[in-house]
Ligand binder design. Structure first.
Ligand SMILES: *Cc1c(COP(=O)(O)O)cnc(C)c1O
Length: 366
């Protein structure tokens, strides 16, 4: 479904020479500092703190904001979003999603806040922003912190504002499957400069000085080799975005009139991430189920992905929670049965996309 963006090997090895010359492999060196600086510009956010994965970054975000008790979140996400709450001994409370954005439905938020709620963990699924304004309103009313999992939202902007400027802290993932990546890696982005020290300490064993350890931190450090890879990959991100923009256009043109294939909509004022191309298969209108399409595609060597199926609320570790009851998550359950991410990366040709669309159309039964 995707293929990592890779710069030329020559260009990367020249970058590695800088590391070999100074012999610092990790512990927040020059490459690390340079990448933080560049990302702060690219993401248009005041503070960026690098981590060795999006998951460790999110773990630190929860600790950094002292979340506890219950946190309201979405069941329609990658497992890490919810696991991070469990690792912080926080009870996830699942909120149903909006059928268009596929993100937390702000309409339902207030009714599930309890005295134990300490925060909201939203996910900008497939790069579509959550309703940040209404989430902020609810958060302010109840004194809740807001964290966003922006793993799919690299480069997303709302009215020219970086997506990482919304909420208290946002997490980005730089895993190889993400548009911008460091093979493995991640970052936290936030406006509040007072969080800088705390977040850095929590990601580095809480070590404040040679003889001072002040917080129960973890090893969340991104090493110099990966930071260097990020600096080189970053140069190719805008070219990759251009390619994906054309592919997205081709997909939409070719699938526009196919009954029962629901396409992602443009959101006015929002700069896209081009992370995924997710369609929904409406079984009644298309005449075939999402699973049928997924299985048939495999026969043509087309590997689509059912992101995100099953819902996190269906995992055995969370299905016992009161908020996991399927009757409380009707929209999420419907969408998890419809969604399919189609191949989407710059290395695809327009012809490839044309073929995928023709094959998809051939499955239709009307
Ligand atoms: C990729 C991803 C993560 C995990 O990030 P890692 O960098 O792999 O730890 C978390 N949430 C979402 C929504 C993701 O897509």
């Amino acid at each position: 479904m995707t293929r990592p963006l890779l710069p030329g090997l020559q260009e990367f090895s020249e970058k590695l020479r800088e590391i070999w010359e100074c012999r610092q492999l990790t512990n927040l060196g020059h490459q690390h500092a340079a990448l933080e600086g560049r990302l702060s510009e690219v993401l248009k956010v005041q503070n960026v703190s690098l981590f060795n994965s999006g998951t460790s970054a999110l773990m630190v975000a929860c600790k950094g904001l002292s979340l506890e008790g219950e946190v309201i979140t979405t069941p329609f996400t990658f497992p890490a979003t919810i696991h991070v709450l469990a690792w912080n001994r926080i009870t996830p409370v699942f909120c149903d999603i909006d059928p268009n954005s596929m993100n937390i439905d702000p309409e339902r938020l207030e009714s599930i806040v309890t005295p134990r709620t300490s925060g909201i963990l939203g996910v900008h699924v497939f790069g579509t922003p959550c309703d940040v304004q209404r989430i902020e309103t609810v958060a302010n009313r109840f004194g809740l912190k807001v964290i966003y999992d922006a793993a799919h939202a690299f480069g997303v902007e709302i009215e020219k504002k970086g997506i990482g400027t919304f909420g208290d802290v946002s997490m980005f993932s730089f895993h190889a499957t993400k548009l911008f990546h460091t093979a493995e890696g991640g970052a936290l982005a936030f406006n509040d400069g007072r969080l800088v020290d705390r977040i850095r300490l929590l990601g580095n064993f809480g070590i404040k000085g040679e003889e001072r350890v002040v917080l129960p931190g973890i090893n969340g450090k991104l090493n110099e080799l990966q930071a260097a890879l990020g600096l080189v990959v970053l140069k190719y991100v805008s070219r990759e975005r251009q390619k994906r923009r054309r592919l997205l256009h081709t997909y939409k043109e070719r699938l526009r009139d196919v009954e029962g294939v629901i396409l992602p909509e443009n959101v006015p004022g929002v700069r896209k991430s081009y992370q995924f191309f997710a369609v929904r298969i409406d079984r009644k209108k298309f005449g075939r189920s999402r699973d049928f399409v997924y299985n048939e595609f495999r026969k043509f060597n087309i590997f689509a992905r059912k992101y995100f199926y099953p819902l996190c609320s269906e995992y055995p570790c969370y299905s016992h929670l009161p908020s996991s009851d399927a009757s409380k998550l009707p929209v999420a359950n419907t969408i998890a049965g419809q969604v399919l991410c189609l191949p989407f990366y710059g290395g695809l040709s327009e012809d490839d996309v044309g073929d995928i669309c023709s094959i998809l159309k051939s499955f239709q039964r009307t």
